[in-house]
Write a protein that binds this ligand. Structure first.
Ligand SMILES: Cc1cc2nc3c(=O)[nH]c(=O)nc-3n(C[C@H](O)[C@H](O)[C@H](O)COP(=O)(O)OP(=O)(O)OC[C@H]3O[C@@H](n4cnc5c(N)ncnc54)[C@H](O)[C@@H]3O)c2cc1C
Length: 592
């Protein structure tokens, strides 16, 4: 009887009225409404296999029993593995059943243009559909997806639940607008007697709030500072493992169907509700419009776990030898869509994959005696991520160039629509920059060194535009778009932050085979793929095609200035001018 413990626990919780849904020998579902005695008979009469396939579902509403339901509000945690919210709900004696909820900030039902780019939105929809499927398969529960103001929606759920909702569980989010939103929700709900539990360090390794609010916290600037913070917080043991990160998938989480059904039918709630069919249709339409062949990353926990296995668990040598500056910005030679790095960022930033689990998996598979070290190693990459989370919580106005202690407010040029459009659409006349930007537009992803090149080009390199304009375009289009990390990296590359590279070290936007951007230049297949106008160009000229003799352009079926743009700026002149402007602007600021 020990193995049926969870069923007994559930019986206690639901006041001895449950439905048992199980499979018979023909794999057909059968449902039974039972009281305790009948359940005991039922359990005894069934074989082991059948019982382990069964789900226990509360029937409180039907029986008029007062229940303690918890809204589990998934924000940056679109997964069931390493999920402390579900884990707590399973073991808590205070919660009988959960209402899984996700709230899309976008106004789904309006025709207004979305703030999320196509790839970001499809990745998110994939992830929500996958989470819904996994919750359903595992617990027979559905994810309720809403769109609109989170505070209003949660309040409506509580108001219409007839006092059956007494808990709100969610994951901590450090972005200022999320913290403000949560404080407002807390205030509203506490007046209604709803308890709120926020789980820290769900989408990060460190407890960002606790560490940054401690007296004497010093903002990190380097991997060395980050190592110290990791040590001080005892998150890593001598073997390199985190103390957390591998919570098992909860076995038994209950969900009250009847309550959920009545909630989504209520008009105050139903106007915000998005069905899974609506999500599926929108997702299909978006992919159809943009071309199924182009987007590469499918969202969701299922894909995330597959990719973790493919790139990390099954590849000890890759992990042991990983040196970020040596990875190729032009992806794998034999698969131009596949990153030379792990390609896990979108799964981590959307919460489909536990970042702690990634850390522990790297520790597990690497050669303990011989492996690369931070900042170049994979652990080093994850430390940069933590660094930006700490900084973005600590530094006021992290996403601004004024009033931000981590940003020199350089006097950038006026907003230049023509230049910015050329950059965004991949028509600058610099094939390396254009191929990267077209890849971003099509797939929502770009290699880190590609991001270095295009952001340097946009700011202190060639275009002299405020980093915030480029940041906004990245924020909209990247499938791994992450407020803390995106702003942090733009500050870094614009040369304005304490952790920035020196402003005068500018990438050549026409790289050769010696460039630190690590470009495959022999065949230049990456450029040919993304800039098909240049498909027939000889590799010798392909990075600077306007220098090719007219004869070569004719033979390659591409006249520069007609079939592909001339460079929008002269790269050496603009670089020299901008370095001088940066120096001057910085000097004037210091004199003020
Ligand atoms: C201008 C610019 C903007 C960026 N915007 C984002 C963003 O919005 N979201 C985002 O996740 N990354 C951003 N990055 C960082 C980095 O480019 C991506 O995390 C990385 O390219 C993702 O690929 P990967 O998963 O294969 O990385 P890997 O090299 O395999 O690294 C493993 C993981 O470490 C983390 N990581 C790696 N590099 C960084 C970094 N420099 N800073 C913080 N975390 C890092 C990511 O979670 C990544 O998945 C930006 C970089 C630049 C230069």
């Amino acid at each position: 009887m020990k193995k049926y413990k969870h069923i007994y626990a559930d019986l206690e919780k639901v006041n001895r009225h449950i439905i048992i849904d199980s499979k018979n020998n023909n794999n057909e579902h059968r449902s039974h409404t039972c009281n305790t005695n009948r359940v005991l008979r039922f359990i005894r009469s069934y074989s082991d296999g059948c019982i382990s396939n069964s789900r226990v579902i509360n029937l409180s509403s039907a029986q008029g029993v007062k229940m303690s339901n918890a809204i589990v509000w998934f924000r940056n945690i679109l997964r069931i593995h390493d999920n402390p919210l579900l884990d707590w709900a399973e073991s808590s004696t205070e919660v009988n059943s959960v209402i899984p909820v996700y709230i899309l900030e976008e106004n789904w039902h309006s025709d207004e243009k979305t703030e999320l780019g196509v790839n970001r939105l499809t990745f998110l929809l994939d992830s929500l559909l996958d989470l819904d499927r996994r919750l359903n398969e595992k617990y027979g529960a559905n994810l309720l997806v809403f769109s609109g103001d989170a505070g209003g929606i949660i309040k409506s759920l509580v108001d219409t639940s007839d006092e059956k909702i007494s808990w709100l569980l969610s994951d901590y989010c450090s972005e200022p607008k999320n913290r403000k939103e949560l404080n407002e929700i807390k205030e509203k709900l506490s007046r209604k007697g709803v308890e709120i539990k926020i789980f820290s360090a769900v989408n990060t390794i460190l407890d960002i709030e606790k560490i940054t609010q401690r007296d004497g916290f010093k903002a990190p600037k380097s991997t060395k500072d980050m190592k110290k913070i990791f040590e001080e917080n005892n998150v890593v043991n001598p073997d390199g493992y985190l103390s957390e990160g591998n919570l098992p998938i909860p076995k038994q989480v209950s969900s009250d169907f009847l309550l959920i059904d009545s909630l989504v039918k209520h008009k105050q709630v139903s106007k915000h509700y998005i069905t899974s069919n609506e999500m599926r249709e929108r997702n299909y339409q978006l992919r159809l419009d943009s071309g199924f062949d182009k987007s590469y990353f499918l969202g969701g926990e299922t894909e995330a776990l597959k990719r973790l296995k493919l790139k990390i668990s099954d590849c000890p040598d890759y992990v042991s030898n990983f040196r970020k500056p040596k990875t190729f910005s032009t992806n794998e030679i034999d698969n131009l869509m596949e990153p030379s790095t792990t390609g896990l960022s979108a799964y981590i930033s959307n919460g489909c994959l536990s970042v702690k689990m990634v850390w522990n998996e790297c520790t597990k598979v690497r050669n303990p005696l011989d492996h690369s070290k931070p900042p170049e190693s994979l652990h080093g990459q994850l430390m940069f991520r933590e660094m930006f989370y700490l900084l973005s919580r600590h530094v006021e106005n992290w996403d601004e160039d004024h009033g931000n202690s981590n940003c020199i407010p350089i006097d950038w040029g006026d907003y230049d629509e023509e230049k910015i459009n050329a950059w965004e659409s991949g028509k600058t006349g610099f094939p390396y920059i254009d191929s990267m930007m077209r890849q971003l537009d099509s797939t929502g992803w770009m290699h880190h060194l590609g991001r270095h090149a295009v952001s340097c080009f946009f700011t202190r390199g060639q275009l002299w535009q405020n980093w915030k304009y480029g940041r906004d375009i990245f924020q909209k289009k990247l499938v791994d778009s992450d407020w803390a990390v995106n702003n942090g990296n733009w500050l870094w590359l614009a040369g304005v932050a304490p952790f920035s590279m020196p402003y005068y070290r500018v990438y050549n936007p026409c790289p050769d085979n010696k460039s630190s951007l690590n470009v495959e230049t022999k065949n230049a297949d990456f450029i040919r793929y993304w800039v098909p106008e240049l498909a027939l160009f000889p590799s010798k000229y392909i990075f600077e095609p306007h220098l090719a003799p007219l004869e070569v352009q004719r033979e390659s079926n591409c006249i520069i200035g007609r079939d592909y743009p001339l460079p929008i700026v002269e790269r050496n002149e603009s670089r020299k001018e901008n370095i001088t402007k940066f120096k001057l602007s910085n000097m004037l600021l210091k004199e003020k």
